[in-house]
Design a protein around this ligand. Structure first.
Ligand code: TXA
Ligand code: MG
Length: 334
């Protein structure tokens, strides 16, 4: 069975989706980063459906989405100056702030029982309208099965989740195509837990020298929640095997991959590949990290659809501007 997919431009669709959320159902909806799989965050029974639909382990906490700063603040026990500064600069937008949780407002399940809650005010007009209409905070991970590629279109969400979701709002492709940046403000110094749509350079204007916590876990450490499950090494992965390759080694890698299997081999580069070998489906995503990120997941979904057994992906520059893309490529290929 297929879930219902409604055009988000129709106000009646927003109302209907809001009603599904209010009664504890699941709605996939567009945000400016990727599609989210939402449930009301103030009811543990509703949130439990997210974990079941995704096949996501319960130690992996969720981001709570709200329509405005005041609502976000009301779910926390403290609101440091850095939160105020970042919220006024980047909200609504693709930044997630991790802050001390008010346990009377946010159930344990949302936060894997931990002391903090991840909060985001999305900028996408459909996400915003849905949050306003629902009138409740909405927990939403990306609308894909656990460890699979994030969806950047309603169709990706439909194919990934099927009838595990009650309703999908189709708002077209996402602007950023890569998840929000997650910043932890609960510690002594702010730290980026997941590189994402807001670059560390942009954050550094308000948080000088803000660091990135390196990925270090393959699975949940015994008896405790991960500092950030986005740090799981394998994540955001297509079905095809993905190899990150230095530009000068691309042709050799393609030939080797092609000799392993009769199926086509994908190749993702910055600039167009000169003389792509036969059997290679080549995509050039350009040299701008923002445009590249926007196209990346959709390109990998497309290569999966075309039956690629493997994808060789040209290594991207080592600069901070490419940090989020490098992070996703590293996880998808590990
Ligand atoms: O762009 C996005 O952030 C999308 C859209 C739908 O908003 N959501 C998303 O959610 O990517 P998800 O569940 O796929 O990733 C959420 C990440 C986790 O991997 C983790 O790093 C972090 O947010 N997170 C959530 N709650 C946390 C908490 N209490 N403490 C630390 N990190 C947390
Ligand atoms: Mg995700």
């Amino acid at each position: 069975m297929s879930p219902r997919v409604l055009p988000a431009a129709d106000p009646a669709a927003i109302e209907e989706a809001a009603a599904v959320l209010r009664r504890g159902g699941l709605v996939a909806f567009p945000t400016e980063t990727v599609y989210g799989l939402g449930a009301r965050a103030d009811r543990a029974e509703a949130v439990a459906k997210i974990f079941a639909a995704k096949g996501r382990p319960a130690w992996n906490p969720l981001i709570v989405h709200v329509a405005g700063v005041a609502h976000a603040r009301s779910l926390t026990l403290s609101w440091p100056d850095a939160a105020e500064a970042l919220a006024s600069r980047f909200w609504p937008g693709p930044l997630t702030l991790v802050l001390p949780r008010d346990p009377s407002k946010v159930p344990d399940l949302v936060c894997a029982g931990g002391p903090s809650v991840a909060l985001r005010v999305p900028a996408h007009p459909v996400a915003h309208a849905l949050l306003v209409a629902a009138g409740v905070p909405v927990a939403a991970p990306s609308a894909n099965r656990f460890q699979a590629l994030s969806p950047t279109t309603a169709e990706h969400a439909r194919r990934g989740l099927g009838d595990r979701v009650d309703l999908i709002l189709d708002g077209g492709p996402c602007d950023y195509g890569i998840e929000s940046t997650v910043v932890d403000l609960g510690g002594v110094v702010p730290v980026v837990l997941r590189a994402g749509a807001v670059s560390r350079e942009a954050l550094a204007e308000l948080l000088p020298g803000v660091g990135l916590r390196e990925a270090s876990h393959d699975e949940a450490p015994e008896g405790e929640a991960l500092a950030s499950p986005g740090m799981l090494r394998r994540h955001y992965a297509p079905r095809a095997r993905l190899l990150v390759v230095r530009p000068e080694a691309l042709h050799e890698a393609l030939a080797a991959l092609h000799s392993e299997a009769p199926s086509p081999v994908g190749c993702v580069t910055l600039r167009p590949l000169a003389n792509p070998p036969a059997g290679v489906i080549a995509s050039a995503l350009g040299e701008d990290p923002v445009a590249y990120a926007r196209a990346l997941f959709a390109t990998l979904h497309g290569l999966d659809d075309r039956g690629c057994s493997a994808v060789a992906i040209e290594a991207v520059p080592e600069t901070t501007a490419w940090e989020a893309v490098r992070d996703r490529l590293r996880r998808a290929s590990s």
